[in-house]
Design a protein around this ligand. Structure first.
Ligand code: ADP
Ligand code: MG
Length: 209
């Protein structure tokens, strides 16, 4: 995967988040403060504006640039969390114009570890980690067993979708939704949903190109 493909994925994620802005905000209205879609769309709009300046940069610099932009524009809990995720993924790809499938997996792992560290959360707390962690496990399992990136990521997206469904069944113990205690049951987590959208979009771009 080269830097152009990473840029195409980022550009497509920005479009997807804009398209799903109202839906994500609706989900956050139910168990939060109704700003998740607005927050993320604002952040990715500003990322979109920066894309031309990233054109010839290596993958590490691109991902770091995206993370920095998200931290400074998204706000809320998800801004620093997604910002950290992209910056940590960028560290793994530092100086590289191309990455292997194994490095892609390592970048997702670093992103997740960044979210866990920053948010002091683990799987099962009704957060973005409930989409990201199962996706990572399926993706890594697929690559380790010799699948190509598209097939392995497709398993990852399926696992993330199941993770999003799972968030409906559990109580939030992190973030604003935790104030609702058992009343958070029955609602799907907005952050897990936006994470699923990002993974789905990456897969779509890989399939098309
Ligand atoms: P805020 O809750 O500050 O309004 P957003 O609405 O943008 O921020 O994002 C809410 C999402 O952030 C939640 O749906 C959840 O997935 C994620 N989130 C919140 N707190 C944490 C945390 N400590 N660790 C991981 N993810 C979290
Ligand atoms: Mg919110």
């Amino acid at each position: 995967m080269d830097n152009k493909k990473i840029l195409a994925i980022i550009a497509a994620i920005a479009k997807k988040i804009e398209a799903e802005k109202d839906f994500l905000t609706e989900l956050d209205n139910e168990i939060g403060d109704g700003d998740h879609g607005i927050n993320l769309a604002r952040g990715f709009k500003s990322v979109e504006g920066k894309l031309p300046t990233f054109a010839d940069k290596d993958i590490g610099a691109i991902l770091k640039g995206v993370g920095t932009q998200l931290v400074s524009t998204v706000g809320g809990a998800s801004g620093p969390l997604y910002g950290t995720a992209f910056m940590k993924a960028g560290n793994v790809c530092k100086g590289k114009m191309e990455i292997t499938d194994a490095e892609f997996v390592a970048a997702l792992e670093a992103a997740i570890n960044g979210v866990k560290m920053r948010g002091k959360a683990v799987e099962g707390e009704k957060t973005m980690l409930d989409a990201l962690c199962p996706a990572y496990k399926a993706l890594k399992g697929g690559i380790d067993s010799g699948k190509n990136l598209i097939d392995a990521l497709s398993d990852g997206v399926d696992a993330a979708a199941k993770g999003v469904e799972y968030t409906k069944t559990i109580i939030a113990t992190k973030g604003r939704a935790s104030y609702l205690k058992e009343r958070s049951i029955g609602h799907q987590d907005p952050g897990a949903t936006s994470s699923l959208f990002m993974l789905q979009t990456a897969l779509e771009v890989l399939r098309e190109t």
